[in-house]
Design a protein around this ligand. Structure first.
Ligand code: BDR
Ligand code: CA
Length: 316
């Protein structure tokens, strides 16, 4: 199985991405690197460890990442984010703390070591701000050339943003990190709002998990219902909750779920456009580099896979 690292700001849809990955025989999750965003770093790590126990995978290590953006000195969770993910990040659903602790090795060093060990065989899936991977590449630039693939959730090319008219949340948290990453030659697939706002879940699906009558099924249903209810208030036009992070995980495992265009991307860093992902005008005449931007998705197939895999995990 291909090796995978999830970089999570755990988060409801991050939790769904974790569940999807654990239910996928094609990949081996060799570690979670924790980041901030939907929750503070400490809360995210607490959730990661508790969720790995709940999902029956206490062997997976969790590594502490950086706890704020490269260009800032601290981080606080926004009120809007608390409304969408709950103050505990998992929709106010209570699950027991793990008896395990996070590793002491920093996430950045774990990423660098894993890239040198597994190279082409390693896929890295960030579903929060890109602070950790940008720091790893800054510390060891060979990471960008040796890593197998980076399939990230973030950005928006053909759609408006979700935190400002042009910025998506994960890019908005650390635009400098994202911009630095898009200027490397790392092989990247960007799973942005262009595709994640087309893959939605509703109460009809969560009811199926609840009907399983298992602790995992009930947890997934209660947590995801919180997220669906928040979307009904904040983005009623969508008709469900965006499956952002699980789509990134699923695409990392099966790239044929999306169609992409090759683009030299940049992130705008100034003024009202700060956080926008857009083609780099300075590189418009250069051959397209190694970033692929997903612009279409086989939503039926993805939703089928998501329901099949999460239902299997929740049935046990
Ligand atoms: C992204 O922002 C976070 O709230 C979600 O977990 C997802 O990664 C969507 O813009
Ligand atoms: Ca996320």
């Amino acid at each position: 199985a291909r090796k995978m690292i999830l970089d999570l700001d755990t988060g409801i849809d991050d939790t769904l991405a974790l569940a999807y990955t654990l239910a996928s025989p094609e990949v081996e999750l060799i570690g979670i690197t924790a980041t901030y965003g939907n929750v503070r770093l400490e809360t995210g790590m607490r959730n990661d460890l508790a969720l790995l126990d709940l999902f029956g995978h206490p062997e997976v290590p969790v590594f502490p990442g950086l706890d704020h953006a490269s260009a800032k000195s601290d981080f606080a969770v926004s009120k809007v984010t608390e409304f969408i993910h709950g103050r505990n990040g998992i929709g106010e659903v209570v699950i027991p703390d793990s008896a395990r602790k996070a590793e002491t090795t920093p996430a950045v060093d774990f990423i660098i070591d894993a890239v040198h060990r597994y190279g082409e065989d390693l896929v890295y899936v960030p579903t929060g701000p890109l602070t950790n991977i940008a720091a790893a590449i800054a510390k060891d630039p060979t990471v960008a050339d040796e890593i197998g693939h980076i399939t990230l959730m973030g950005g928006a090319l053909t759609q408006p943003g979700n935190v400002s008219p042009c910025a998506e949340a994960n890019i908005d948290q650390d635009p400098e990190a994202a911009n630095a990453l898009f200027h490397t030659h790392a092989p990247i697939t960007m799973i942005g709002l262009d595709v994640t706002h087309r893959t939605l879940l509703t109460h009809a699906e969560t009811a199926k998990w609840r009907a399983l009558g298992t602790p995992r099924g009930e947890f997934l249903a209660d947590m995801t219902d919180y997220y669906i209810n928040a979307y009904a208030v904040n983005a009623p036009q969508l008709g469900g909750c965006g499956l952002h992070d699980p789509l990134a995980a699923a695409t990392a495992i099966d790239p044929t779920l999306v169609s992409t265009i090759d683009l030299n991307l940049q992130v705008d860093l100034e003024g009202a456009f700060r956080g926008r992902t857009i083609g780099d005008p300075k590189r418009i005449n250069e051959p397209a580099g190694t970033t692929k931007v997903a612009v279409d998705v086989d939503r039926e197939r993805f939703l089928g896979l998501l329901m099949e895999r999460l239902t299997a995990l929740a049935s046990a």
